[in-house]
Design a protein around this ligand. Structure first.
Ligand code: ZN
Length: 455
């Protein structure tokens, strides 16, 4: 059996018996593909035509592809696609380079096998990396290693190295609830809980660490990682503080209350970003809270009237069924009462907008509109929003383009040195929906955490 290097040398000699590439415009592009493994600088195209060895850049791309959820076949097709593009681009030059070679196919077959072997080796290494990460988590944030392996690409796509992020997830008790959150979030909340018992004792903790994605409010066709998946967010009293993202609902709320629920409350409003620059005790937070109070109180008042009229209608309709047969005059009166009740219901201030709210799946999914009539959409006290803000949280009631009254998350804008831990591991925010297309683009230059490359 011929050794790898022996065969490699033989291939070089065979294919590059003609002249190597000349210094034209293609030179820079060619050298981009050249790896340190390349023994002969005049044989630049070899690794493309007869890919017996992957370049370092290609190895990086394969590992990145595994990180993003690709399997071995996908990784192979990405590298194959890149090489094919290259051959197309340099077809005329390659033809010249290959002059004199009568049968390249057997060489290609050997090269294919080598490529497969190398990709399989990288795949095994990748499995080990995932296993090592899993073993390093003090609190297992997923049911098992397999569940972690499946959700892990979502972290990478969102630009986070999952190992360092999930290592910081701790289990603890907050407001009598067992939760899993980022260590830094736990410390802040526990301080508030200890110092402000009177203000926070009655609050219930909702969602904490939860590995899930959500639609990007800036680009509704894309999905991004929820901050709950980082353990950097916590929901307070979700039953009484809904999340509102449905455009029709937001329109209806504006119509009913006169307050625009999509209004932005921070200087970064124009950027469409949720996380702008916040100063402590920002008057914008107070304004956001005041608007939320107005929305909540006005909705409550109008919905109470609506439901009361709706109850009257139901009562009138019940009466119709109770009229004994033969009592024509009574029956006529009952029917007239239904008509009047119907009329009164439709005349309720904001009837059409309320119908929109009541038809919304989002509203129905959070307990329905009756709850809004009973307690409004806000029960987190201003004092608590203020405490959380001062401690370094951003409140979902301040969000631009939507409202998430239950939601508090750690600010990651770098303005507070205590809460930048999450931002630090933000490797390269990759929000594109078609990550694989980006991967195979020739300009793609992956950034990988050091432990992938140092061994
Ligand atoms: Zn939340």
């Amino acid at each position: 059996m011929v050794s790898f290097h022996g065969l490699q040398q033989a291939l070089y000699q065979l294919i590059f018996s003609a002249t190597g590439p000349t210094g034209d415009s293609g030179q820079a592009k060619v050298s981009e593909f050249v790896a340190s493994a390349q023994p002969d600088p005049s044989a630049h195209e070899l690794c493309v035509v007869a890919p017996q060895a992957m370049t370092e850049k290609e190895k990086k791309i394969v590992i990145k592809a595994f990180d993003l959820g690709a399997d071995e076949a996908k990784a192979k097709s990405i590298i194959g696609g890149r090489r094919e593009d290259f051959v197309k681009t340099f077809a005329s030059r390659l033809e010249c380079t290959l002059r004199g070679v009568t049968n390249v196919s057997p060489l290609r077959d050997i090269a294919e096998e080598w490529l497969e072997e190398e990709i399989a080796t990288l795949a095994r290494k990748h499995v080990q990396i995932v296993r090592r990460e899993w073993a390093s988590f003090p609190e297992k944030p997923f049911a098992d290693e397999e569940a972690y392996r499946q959700f892990r690409p979502a972290y990478i796509k969102a630009g986070y190295a999952p190992g360092p992020v999930l290592k910081e997830i701790v289990a603890c008790k907050l407001l009598n609830t067992d939760v899993k959150v980022q260590r830094v979030l736990r410390d802040k909340l526990q301080r508030i809980e200890a110092d402000q018992q009177d203000a926070v004792a009655h609050l219930k903790i909702g969602c904490h660490f939860d590995p899930r994605s959500q639609y990007d409010p800036d680009h509704p066709d894309r999905k991004i990682l929820s901050n709950h998946a980082l353990g950097g967010a916590i929901d307070i009293d979700p039953d009484d503080n809904p999340v509102i993202t449905d455009t029709k609902v937001l329109d209806a709320i504006q119509q009913l209350t006169g307050v625009d629920p999509r209004k932005a409350y921070h200087p970064a409003a124009g950027s469409g970003s949720d996380i702008g620059e916040f100063r402590l005790n920002d008057p914008e937070v107070a304004l956001a809270y005041k608007d939320a109070e107005t929305i909540s109180a006005t909705l409550k008042q109008k919905l109470e009237r609506f439901f009361s009229s709706q109850d009257d209608l139901v009562k009138a309709e019940t009466k119709v069924g109770e009229v004994p047969p033969g009592h024509d005059e009574e029956a006529q009166q009952a029917a007239e009462n239904v008509r009047l009740a119907q009329h009164r219901l439709e005349a309720v201030d904001g009837f059409d907008a309320i119908r929109v709210l009541s038809d919304s799946k989002e509203v129905q999914g959070q307990g329905g509109l009756k709850g809004w009539a009973e307690h409004g959409v806000l029960n987190v006290p201003a004092e608590v929003v203020g405490l959380m803000h001062t401690a370094g949280f951003i409140w979902g009631g301040q969000y631009f383009l939507r409202k998430d009254y239950m939601h508090f998350e750690l600010r990651t804008d770098g303005s507070d040195t205590d809460v930048t831990n999450l931002a630090k591991v933000d490797v390269d925010r990759q929000r594109s929906a078609d990550v694989f297309a980006d991967l195979s683009a020739p300009s793609f230059d992956p950034v990988l955490p050091a432990d992938y490359l140092g061994q």
